[in-house]
Ligand binder design. Structure first.
Ligand SMILES: [Zn+2]
Length: 396
């Protein structure tokens, strides 16, 4: 998705790009997350929408590809109102034995009128709710959550994996990406990294704290409870993905992960390590995985990847003239890597764009020598930017 406004910067560097899983219509109003009066109003407003999520998957209507949502009346029996008291009072009253369903405030859609209003901000609020029924059936809210799951399933919108089926449109995928990453992070961090006791979700699911007391009794010392460190925020893990061009400018380096079948190729990718720049990370990963040595690295676009919390930084890079030999012996990740002529990649991209947006890695390719990721994947757009003349903009 591109923003077609032409400005001095876009003339020089190209149009801005919203990749899949980015470009959310929501204003996160992150500065209001600790304002429980606002969150309480948002929670109980009849226009507010709640994304039910089961094991981190959303409920999707198969015919339209739209997210299924609930209203407060559908789920108030399960969640009550966790924002009734101001946040400091809620932290003081913390009782680790009383868990409640995980609820995450996502933001407000200011294009929708009639929703919650706070100062200059007004719109339809969105929350995500974890409706996964606890394994322990004695959990007080287990029955209420099971009722919500029944209600969701009766609408004909099953809980659907999004990772390999890009069925959601851009806006809805971006809302889901935020919901999934925040929810996953909360679920993975039930205990304090400093002292091992239970943590508490605050800021509408945007932060976790290690409260100083539990059921009114002071807890032991905790290194995270200092002046500014009594907090744990969700993380984003930078990852690089790169389209590598040979020094002659007519071939593209693509790799096949060992998990993929013969014939499916994509851009090389990997995690950034602490203490390296994006450009260094690109050079290291490409050399480790393929043996190819890089010169210039240019950052092209980025994409949130909520599995669980990656931020993929897409780059285009050039191989050094004497560094183009492929060696796979450093890193066992790739089963194969090859320099493909632009014409081969163009054919594969064109076929992928004609087909659905389902990530098709099954079977041998039949219409082109190789298969490549679908058009909503950043890898596809990086390849496209390189092999189509004057096509520096993503095809979506
Ligand atoms: Zn602690």
């Amino acid at each position: 998705m591109t923003n077609s406004l032409v400005t001095p910067l876009t003339k020089r560097y190209g149009e801005s790009i919203d990749t899949y899983f980015s470009g959310s219509p929501l204003n996160r109003v992150s500065f209001l997350r600790d304002n429980y009066a606002f969150l309480s109003d948002a929670l109980t407003n009849p226009t507010t929408r709640f994304l039910p999520m089961q094991k981190l998957e959303p409920s999707i209507f198969p015919d339209t590809g739209l997210l299924n949502t609930l209203v407060y009346d559908d789920l108030k029996d399960a969640i009550g109102n966790p924002f009734e008291k101001p946040e400091p009072e809620a932290v003081s009253a913390w009782d680790s034995s009383k868990e409640s369903p995980l609820l995450v405030f996502l933001g407000i859609d200011e294009s929708k009128s009639g929703g919650v209003t706070y100062g200059n901000y007004s719109g339809r609020a969105y929350f995500a709710l974890d409706v996964t029924v606890p394994v322990d059936s004695t959990t007080p809210y287990a029955t209420a959550l099971a009722d919500i799951v029944d209600k969701v399933e009766a609408t004909g919108a099953p809980f659907t994996p999004v990772r390999t089926q890009y069925v959601l449109n851009y806006s809805e995928a971006a809302i889901y990406a935020q919901a999934r990453s925040y929810m996953d992070w909360n679920i993975r961090n039930p205990f304090c990294a400093g002292c091992g006791t239970r943590t508490m979700s605050v800021n509408g699911g945007g932060k976790r704290v290690c409260p100083p007391t539990d059921r009114g009794v002071a807890k032991g010392p905790c290194p995270t409870r200092g002046v500014v460190t009594n907090i744990a925020f969700p993380r984003s893990d930078p990852t690089i993905i790169v389209a590598v061009v040979n020094s002659a400018g007519d071939r593209l380096l693509l790799g096949r992960n060992k998990r993929f079948p013969a014939g499916f190729y994509s851009c090389l990718a990997g995690f950034c390590e602490p203490g390296e720049s994006i450009e260094e990370s690109v050079r290291r990963e490409v050399w480790e995985e393929s043996g190819v040595k890089l010169g210039k690295v240019a950052i092209y676009a980025s994409q949130p990847w909520p599995y669980p919390a990656s931020l993929m930084v897409g780059a285009i890079a050039e191989a050094l003239p004497d560094g183009e030999s492929i060696h796979l012996e450093h890193d066992p990740e790739l089963g194969d890597a090859q320099w493909f002529p632009f014409s081969v990649v163009r054919d594969a991209l064109t076929i992928a764009e004609r087909k659905s947006n389902i990530l098709d890695i099954s079977g041998e390719p039949t219409e082109a020598p190789i298969k490549v990721p679908p058009s909503k994947a950043i890898a596809h757009n990086l390849m496209r930017a390189v092999v189509f003349e004057n096509a520096h903009l993503p095809k979506i």
